[in-house]
Design a binder for this molecule. Structure first.
Ligand SMILES: C[S@@+](CC[C@H](N)C(=O)[O-])C[C@H]1O[C@@H](n2cnc3c(N)ncnc32)[C@H](O)[C@@H]1O
Length: 211
C-alpha cells in the first residue's frame, strides 16, 4: 500500500483535506495511507522553535535545519519531495515517476523557505506547482498528492476517466454535457443525443484538441 507523509507546521490542513471526496473514499478503502507529521513536535527548546532569522540579513524567517532534519530522519520514506517555487515544474510525467515509490515524504516550507542545507542533505525532488509563490507548501503538497492519488488503481470509480484526460497525449479533454438538453438557449450537440455510439466516439475523438 502506498504511504505518504506530509511534514508541515499545519497538520490540521492535511487532516481536514483527508475528510473529503475521493481521498476520503480511498482512505476508507485502505488503498493508501496518508499521515501528517507536525514539524512543531521537532522544534527546539521550550518554545519548540522551528525558524530563525536569515544569516546575512534580510526579511522574514528561515526554517531551521535541525527540526526538519530530525523529522525526516525519524519518518523515513523512499524519497523526499520538497515543495519549493524554484523547483522542477510539476506535470503528469513527474506524477508517473512518483507513482513508482511506495512511500514519499512531502516537505512543506513556510516563511522564506528551507535552510539550503536541508535540501542539500535530503531532497530527492524539489517540486514547484506553478510560477507564482504561495505562503506555504501545504496547498502545493495537496495538489501533487491529488494528482498522484487519482492514478492509484481503484481510487477512481471508473478508470476510463484517466484515458482522455487533459494533458494525456498533449491534448485537452473533449467538452462534456449533462441534463438539460437546452440551457439558456445553449443546446447539447445533437450527436451526443443520437444514441449512435460510433458517431459519438468519433465526435469525442475529433473534439480532443491539441494543447
Ligand atoms: C513564501 S514561500 C517562500 C518563497 C521563497 N522565498 C522564494 O522566493 O523561493 C514559503 C513556502 O511555500 C511553498 N511554496 C510557495 N510557492 C510554491 C510553489 N509555487 N510551488 C511549490 N511550493 C511553493 C514552499 O514550500 C516555500 O518554502
Amino acid at each position: 500500500m502506498n504511504k505518504y507523509q506530509v511534514v508541515t507546521l499545519f497538520p490540521n490542513l492535511i487532516e481536514e483535506w483527508k475528510k473529503v471526496g475521493i481521498i476520503n473514499q480511498a482512505l476508507k478503502k485502505n488503498l493508501l495511507e496518508i499521515s501528517s507529521i507536525n514539524l512543531r513536535n521537532y522544534g527546539i527548546g521550550e518554545y519548540k522553535q522551528v525558524d530563525d532569522s536569515p544569516y546575512g540579513g534580510g526579511p522574514g524567517m528561515v526554517l531551521m535545519p535541525e527540526p526538519l532534519d530530525n523529522a525526516i530522519v525519524e519518518n523515513k520514506a523512499k524519497k523526499n519531495v520538497f515543495l519549493t517555487p524554484s523547483g522542477q515544474q510539476m506535470n503528469e510525467n513527474l506524477i508517473e515517476e512518483l507513482l513508482n515509490y511506495e512511500s514519499l515524504n512531502f516537505i512543506c516550507g513556510r516563511y522564506e523557505g528551507f535552510d539550503q542545507r536541508v535540501l542539500d542533505i535530503h531532497a530527492d525532488y524539489e517540486v514547484s506547482v506553478g510560477q507564482s509563490v504561495v505562503s506555504g507548501g501545504e496547498i502545493p503538497a495537496l495538489y501533487v498528492l491529488e494528482a498522484l492519488i487519482r492514478r492509484i488503481p481503484n481510487v477512481l470509480g471508473n478508470p476510463e476517466s484517466l484515458v482522455n484526460e487533459t494533458f494525456v497525449n498533449n491534448q485537452k479533454d473533449f467538452p462534456v454535457y449533462t441534463r438539460p438538453e437546452v440551457y439558456k438557449e445553449h443546446k447539447v450537440p445533437d450527436v451526443l443525443l443520437s444514441g449512435n455510439h460510433k458517431e459519438i466516439d468519433n465526435w469525442k475523438k475529433n473534439n480532443l484538441k491539441d494543447m
